[in-house]
Design a protein around this ligand. Structure first.
Ligand code: PLP
Length: 298
């Protein structure tokens, strides 16, 4: 996808040049890294002649919305195992789940403690007993085929950047980026959650070590946000015309701008940030912000 230069007053006094790769525009409903992560998984599911695909996610998961749509487009039945039993009666009030339902996804709602067993053989066996055979896509969509898809994010036009930045959830996207980066480039990952386990996850997939995680910008944890972040996201959109999501790309971009302001990067550094999509999550986040009397994401 094309790169767009970011001009922001906050960094205009520096010689650093910041660009964003608009992977959010890759598909209207399977945007950003979801498209990359699902591409080879869909091909594999069809090759193995599966007619069903099962995956896991939370109430506002970008991955759940994208998988539902991808299945709908490819003619595969999708099943979403959703964290939180209380959501069963809430589908129509939840923008992510109602979108997924509209595109044919069937759900199994499980308690938070049961959800933790999502990788256990026993749990998968019970799911197969209930739903029949299926192609399994892990939570967040991350597996070796997802990493392979994310290795297609960077192209020839990106070889001159000094840094490539991405948000990190389960680690698949950064792994693909590391694998397709130049050795002289540094890949920075901004975890959207507190997670010491991430380093080990990423090490399973990467073939180089030109990467590091910047763990200072998770804002207290997964999907946690505050007024400062909301103001940043709204201000960024006003100045650049580019929407960011509150769970992933907003935190990454906030971190990059802070690091530029704090002098982390040398003069004339060229930075490429990946817009990994996730904009469908704004609706659900705004529902929660309204309840908390916080300003909404524009
Ligand atoms: C919008 C968005 N950006 C970034 C990520 C992080 O990607 P990964 O889980 O591959 O680290 C996710 C989660 O999958 C996401 O939904």
């Amino acid at each position: 996808m094309h790169n767009q230069e970011i001009f922001l007053k906050a960094i205009a006094h520096t010689s650093i040049r910041l660009f964003i790769k608009r992977e959010d525009l890759i598909h209207p409903f399977i945007s950003g890294n979801k498209y990359r992560k699902l591409k080879y998984n869909l091909i594999e599911a069809q090759k193995q002649e599966h007619d069903k695909m099962l995956t896991f996610g939370g109430a506002f998961s970008n991955h759940i919305a994208a998988t539902a749509y991808a299945g709908f487009e490819a003619g595969l039945q999708t099943i979403g195992v959703i964290r939180g039993e209380e959501l069963e009666g809430e589908i129509d009030n939840n923008p992510t789940l109602s979108f997924a339902k509209k595109h044919g996804m069937q759900f199994k709602f499980v308690s938070r403690s049961n959800y933790r067993n999502k990788n256990s053989e026993e749990f998968l066996k019970s799911l197969k007993a209930e739903w029949g055979d299926f192609y399994l896509v892990p939570e967040g969509g991350t597996n070796a085929l997802a990493v392979k898809g994310c290795e297609e994010i960077l192209g020839e036009e990106d070889t001159d950047f000094d840094y490539v930045c991405t948000s990190v959830g389960t680690g698949g996207t950064i792994s693909g980026l590391v694998n397709c980066s130049q050795l002289r480039q540094q890949v920075l990952g901004f975890p959207a959650l507190k997670g010491d386990f991430l380093q080990d996850e990423i090490r399973k997939f990467v073939r180089k070590d030109n990467w590091e995680l910047v763990s200072d910008y998770h804002f207290g944890g997964y999907a946690k946000i505050n007024k400062e972040l909301i103001d940043f996201i709204n201000g960024f959109k006003k100045e650049t015309g580019i929407p960011l999501d509150p769970v992933y790309t907003g935190k990454m971009m906030f971190g990059i701008i802070e690091m530029i302001k704090n002098g982390y990067f040398k003069e004339e550094t060229r930075i490429l940030a990946i817009h990994t999509g996730g904009l469908q999550g704004i609706l659900g986040m705004n529902q929660r912000l309204k309840q908390k009397n916080l300003p909404l994401i524009q």
